[in-house]
Design a protein around this ligand. Structure first.
Ligand SMILES: Nc1ncnc2c1ncn2[C@@H]1O[C@H](COP(=O)(O)OP(=O)(O)OP(=O)(O)O)[C@@H](O)[C@H]1O
Ligand SMILES: [Mg+2]
Length: 279
């Protein structure tokens, strides 16, 4: 697959220029509709990439409604909020998750992060710039939808993985989000993960349906249609819910279940497509 370079910019202002940040590849995991599996994918993909030898940080970019801590059963004393408000050092806020990767947790219920202010933008950007040289990959577990805060966190990434389920509402919302990313962030492509797929082949069919709509209605700045690259499918699997209920990482607790195997495969694809560096 050819790699079209993307230039991140934000709905709320000029490109923060994360692409020029040295170090980690920054990948946003986002969705149109909420509850489709972004946090599940972020945490387990991080564990799978760590197992492959990558240095990984997951940043809970769902400021205000964060729940990565719940999934990972972590009780952070210091959150991104404390860093933003100058109460704590960034280094003290980065902790190691089960699975061996680093996480930076946001803390939940902070109404001040429901809208994007210049302070939040600058703080966020400075955190990313400080941490990027220390990692191979930073995964941004973003909120759902197309609010300013979500679009800003996505704009920090050079690659976007859209998570969608086969439900019609998830697909129409995914389409809307992709359209905004093409128009406001001038992206030429995004990658699709179909989560909770009922049958093998579901994802491919969904990707081609969505691509047809994009071909008709969404033209990128280059004049070409927005390209949707189908990356992976993750099957619907009762073990996912079980792991979440027990607040355990699926990949560690049930590595042989279908969803965990799919995540391991996804990690291989992410590594190959996005993390290969010249030796
Ligand atoms: N492959 C799967 N099979 C079965 N259930 C799944 C699967 N993926 C996710 N789920 C269920 O969906 C729930 C929501 O997942 P998750 O919290 O990762 O979504 P999210 O997109 O991060 O939500 P939000 O938009 O609120 O941040 C999980 O707790 C789990 O119960
Ligand atoms: Mg989430």
């Amino acid at each position: 697959m050819s790699e079209a370079p993307s230039s991140p910019s934000s709905a709320a202002g000029p490109a923060p220029g994360a692409n020029s940040t040295p170090g980690a590849r920054i990948i946003a995991i986002t969705s149109g509709k909420g509850g489709v599996g972004k946090t599940f994918v972020s945490a387990n993909l991080a564990a799978a990439l760590t197992r492959r030898g990558q240095r990984v940080l997951v940043l809970d970019a769902d400021l205000g409604l964060a729940n990565l801590d719940v999934v990972l059963n972590l009780y952070p004393k210091i959150t991104l909020h404390d860093v933003f408000t100058g109460k704590a050092n960034l280094d003290d806020a980065v902790i190691t998750a089960p699975g061996g990767f680093s996480v930076l947790l946001a803390g939940s219920g902070m109404v001040e992060y429901s809208r994007l202010t210049p302070e939040v933008r600058n703080q966020f950007l400075s955190v990313i710039q400080t941490l990027a040289p220390r990692y191979d990959v930073i995964l941004l577990d973003t909120g759902a939808g197309i609010s300013d805060v979500v679009l800003f966190s996505v704009s920090l990434a050079s690659e976007v993985l859209i998570v969608a389920t086969p439900e019609p509402t998830s697909l129409t919302d995914a389409y809307a989000a992709i359209k905004v990313l093409a128009m406001q962030q001038k992206r030429q492509h995004v990658r699709l993960i179909v989560n909770q797929a009922a049958r093998p082949g579901d994802g491919r069919a969904i990707a081609s349906q969505l691509q047809q709509v994009l071909d008709r209605f969404v033209t990128t700045e280059s004049g070409k249609p927005m390209r949707l690259m189908h990356l992976s499918d993750i099957p619907v699997d009762p073990s996912v819910r079980e792991a979440v209920m027990r607040r355990q990482l699926l990949l560690l607790q049930m590595p042989g279940c279908p969803a965990a195997l799919a995540i391991s495969q996804l990690a291989g694809k992410v590594e190959e497509a996005l993390l290969h560096r010249a030796p």
